[in-house]
Design a binder for this molecule. Sequence first.
Ligand code: 8YV
Length: 322
Amino acid sequence: MSRAKLLVTRRVFPEVLEHLERVFEVQSNPEDEIWSMQALREKAAAMDALFVVTSDRVDETLLQACPRLKMIATGSVGYNHIDLAACSRRGLVVTNTPDVLTEATADMAFALLMATARRITESERWLRQGHWQRWAWDQFLGTDLYGATLGIVGMGRIGSAVARRGHGFGMTLIYANRSRAANEEELGATLVSREELLARADHVVLVLPYSAQTHHIIGAEQLALMKPTATLINIARGGIVDDAALAQALRNGTIAAAGLDVFENEPALHPALLELDNIVMTPHIGSATRSSRLAMAMLAARNLTEFFEGRAPLSAVALPAA
Ligand code: 8YV
């Protein structure tokens, strides 16, 4: 019997490829080339399964080109790049990679928060440029983290992991979420409206999924609610924040600083962001520790092999109706 065909859209760890090759006839991308939508459609056309990442858009047009497709595994916890309704109409299995990246991504929220509030990259740039002639009382004054009020928007797995870190910093924790978190007591966090959170928090961390409902939920109006000393951290998705409005708010001093790991239209950046000093930017590396990325890729691969060997995938976000 011929083996099922799998397309792996991005270069992946050798041990993950090896795991997949035991079950699939794999077409991969060892040179990690950038494929156009058209090229992706052509390569995916004969496939039974796809192993994608968040930069691969899985939409109606792609699905129409793949009549044999049974499963899509994304190497990410977020799946806003996949049209789930279109997948469900076709009875496709869709899997993601929750849990294995939670702690690494929460660490990244704190890394960005500390770098932003304490002006680490800004002062390092200044130092490297040879400006450091003498120490001064008011050099690169930042904002306190210890004892501050941390506002977490989105209280899922990663939001909870951010909250746990907040305890080590003696923080008062407030959060905004669609519903009250079941682990609220354990987290010691208080549910407030998004508006109250923005007004009260010294630091705001965004940890919610992107959807049509969360598009630009942080725009000019919301930024104006924040304290002029506040920092905004986005480790969730570009598009949740209106980047143009944020650049304006950072320029005007509406808020003090921002730390961003994700951007609207990434990897393209809004040019106004690049002109600002009070911003720390990283190239979507929230989950980028060796162990976390390997675990994500392996979980995506195991989802694929489990399903094609007749078992239930380990972390499905969509399954065919029984
Ligand atoms: C991924 C992410 O590394 O898991 C997610 O949703 O955003 C990141 O951890 C990246 O998007 C690759 O798919």
